[in-house]
Design a protein around this ligand. Sequence first.
Ligand code: SAH
Length: 334
Amino acid sequence: MNLSKLSEILKTEPKYRFVQVNQAVFQDYISSWDEVSSLPKSLREQLAAVCPLEIKAEVYKNKNRHQSEKALITLADGEVIETVLIRQKEQRNTVCVSSQVGCALACQFCATGSFGFRRNLSAEEIIEQVVFWQRYLKTAGPEEKVANIVFMGMGEPFLNYPEFIKAVKFINNPETMNIGSRRLSVSTAGITEGIKRLAGEKLQINLAISLHAANDSLRATLMPIAKKYPLRDILAAVDSYINKTGRRVMFEYLMIKEVNDNEKDALELIRLMKKPLYLVNLIPYNPTGRFTPSTKERIEKFKKILEDNGVAVTVRLSFGADITAACGQLRGKR
Ligand code: SAH
């Protein structure tokens, strides 16, 4: 898909053409300009030549389980990104989108990190991932559509802030995709500049922080970026975000056996997390070759210690490990 020349082509057309085109592409989710019978044939031909709508993608799913499906999308320059559709209940489809090709952060537990950084995605390439799943769901039934979007795929959204926020506003815009900002969530490894910028937007998007350790030295062994952004700075940025927006913030905490899942880790975490509007989300670690996941019992025990000490905590249900589509497993490979 490439709509960069759209305004140029529609420049000489009456204004309402824009409305028709936006509606066709971002509300009716057409796959071919021929489907827009309200446009004159000559214009449709011109659009087909200059603004291709085709999205080059391969879908992977497990034959026996339909909870999640992943798509590898090949971009115009040949780079490949992953996006995941998570089907929870009827009409509760969540899409996980990538914000960069690869990632520069090299978190030790994440497959995308080992792949290295290639480039930022444009807003259109971020939006395209949602458009892809909307078209895909359209074939599944008239009521099926994308309900929630999480910016938790490949990359660090706050290191691509301008394109990330452009995509968010476009997705949110009632004249285009019209998905409410409360249905959008962004996760960051703790880029404080991004947290501050997001606090200044008038948007009700959900913010999540990848914490994964309760002290800087352990955190730095898991996430090299922790050396640049110590916990103290991240939590200060979060507190001012909460002050400004009144919104709750989720802290993601991977459960990695004997690395960060001991009782002493839980006690250390309590000291940081016992605050109003803080919510801890424990995430079972999906194997990426390096570490061992915590057992279910250990996760429950860890959760109970937090709960008993007044910390709001949930455990994330994880889908997609069977097709390497789960959190941390995205690397743009078949
Ligand atoms: N760079 C951003 C966005 C990526 S989000 C960030 O770090 O938040 C990806 C989410 O999946 C993050 O919470 C990340 O910590 C988590 N994750 C990474 N590797 C994982 C793994 N192996 N198992 C489970 N979750 C993982």
